[in-house]
Write a protein that binds this ligand. Structure first.
Ligand code: NCD
Length: 427
């Protein structure tokens, strides 16, 4: 880890300090800290004085010393292992420390994700990408993340074009693939199926969504996004108010996200779902046992009021078997007029995407597209560094990345989206 922004971000996360509190602790002005945190290529970025760097290292060393007795010094892949093996099947594999370590690796990946640097740490490695359900961003971002680490990808999509259509078992498919590739990313419509893939192989397996079960990498990138947005606003995840809207019964992204967020302290969740699509009871129990407040409502206006994060989801129609949803009326649409009335100027609006843009879909409205609170594309962009970090950790190359980086040989646009300039410098 060499970049000053990475060092400062990591220190704030580990010390659980806002930018204001951290600048006070360092005895510097908040504005100075902001300029040290800007990407190196931003016009306003400034070099952090050497003395400050030394002081930060000292504070962290003291902190590590104070917590050393309980700390686990094994590599992250071992600390998050599933039944002793380097898989990612559920967010339950993570403690808060492990998440912070993973975010530190994701920060190191940022210049590669932004196409300023390249690395070849996974040169020669092949990823097997098996998607038995519809996907655009998860499949492509896992593939792109593996390629940006220097590896290559082989994939199959849908049942029709795989031997599963001929009755092949998960065990056979997984064992066969293990002879061809070095890691597997699997999406499958049945809950628990990706764990079955994992039991049939010794190569790393990542759960990219198992039916209505979990979607751990999505929740990790969602939390990483919340942290980065909050860091800019001087907020902490502890004590925050998160509103989750939509299909909380079948939406696997919210199942994983609420579990991850419950590792933090003193959160308030408002869960807004139509009567038949509420969050499963086992998750409500788990979250309230961790000391968080949960309120359930069918009123969008009530649930969104004062939220720091609004996380909207799509109704998972493909998972309904003979069920009719009632009460999913236009009042459920998260739209600009409502956000302007009940949300705050610094509320962030998130969605795992895809959002259903068809008329009558009642999803996150496109009339928010130019609102800077809309964080959905910053969220999708963060999928790359987070998924790169997951591969690097599970394949044991995370410490090689920083020293392997070279400048990219091609030029890419400074802003990859036409509206991105609005957020320039906010990083
Ligand atoms: C979600 C999924 O597949 O669970 N999308 C994603 O991976 N980003 C959400 C959805 O399909 O609604």
């Amino acid at each position: 880890m060499s970049q000053q922004q990475d060092i400062l971000r990591d220190a704030m996360r580990r010390l659980n300090l806002t930018r204001d509190a951290f600048s006070e602790r360092l005895g510097v002005r908040r504005r100075a800290l902001d300029t040290w945190l800007l990407p190196a290529d931003s016009g306003e970025s400034r070099a952090m004085p050497e003395m400050v760097g030394k002081f930060v290292a000292e504070i962290l060393q003291r902190e590590a010393h104070a917590t050393a007795s309980g700390a686990d010094s094994r590599p992250l892949a071992q600390r998050i292992a599933a039944e002793g093996r380097p898989h990612l099947l559920s967010v339950a594999q993570f403690e808060r420390d492990g998440l912070e370590d993973l975010f530190q690796v994701a920060d190191v990946m940022q210049p590669i994700a932004r196409r300023q640097k390249v690395t070849r740490v996974l040169e020669g490695a092949v990823l097997g990408s098996l998607f038995f359900e519809a996907s655009t961003r998860t499949r492509v971002s896992f593939g792109a993340a593996f390629c940006r680490l220097g590896g290559t990808v082989c994939d199959t999509t849908g049942f029709t074009f795989s031997s599963m259509a001929k009755g092949e078992s998960i065990y056979d498919t997984s064992r066969v693939m293990s002879g061809y590739v070095d890691a597997l990313v699997v999406r499958h419509p049945e809950q628990g199926s990706v764990a079955e893939f994992a039991r049939a192989t010794n190569i790393p397996v990542i759960n990219a969504g198992d039916g209505p079960g979990e979607h751990p990498s999505q929740a990790i990138l969602d939390l990483y996004t919340i942290q980065r947005e909050f860091s800019r606003m001087g907020k902490l995840v502890d004590g925050t108010h998160v509103a989750m809207v939509g299909d909380l019964k079948y939406g696997r992204t919210v199942h994983s996200l609420i579990r991850l967020l419950s590792l933090y302290r003193g959160l308030k969740f408002t869960l807004i779902a139509p009567p038949s699509l509420e969050m499963p009871a086992y998750l409500l129990d788990l979250v309230s046992r961790n000391g968080h407040v949960i309120e359930q409502t069918q009123s969008l206006e009530e649930g969104l009021r004062g939220a720091d994060v609004v996380y909207a989801t799509r109704i998972q129609k493909e998972r309904f078997v003979g069920e009719e949803i009632e009460g999913y009326t236009p009042e459920f649409q998260v739209r600009k007029a409502l956000v302007d009335t009940v949300c705050k100027p610094d509320t962030i609006l998130m969605h795992p995407l895809p959002r259903d843009g068809r008329p009558g879909a009642n999803d996150l409205s496109i009339d928010l597209n130019h609102d800077p609170r809309l964080a959905i594309f910053r969220q999708t962009d963060n999928g790359i560094p987070v998924r790169m970090a997951l591969f690097a950790v599970l394949m044991g190359v995370e410490h090689q990345v920083a020293r392997s980086m070279r400048d990219a040989g091609w030029r890419s646009p400074a802003h990859i989206g036409p509206d991105d300039a609005d957020f320039d410098g906010l990083d």
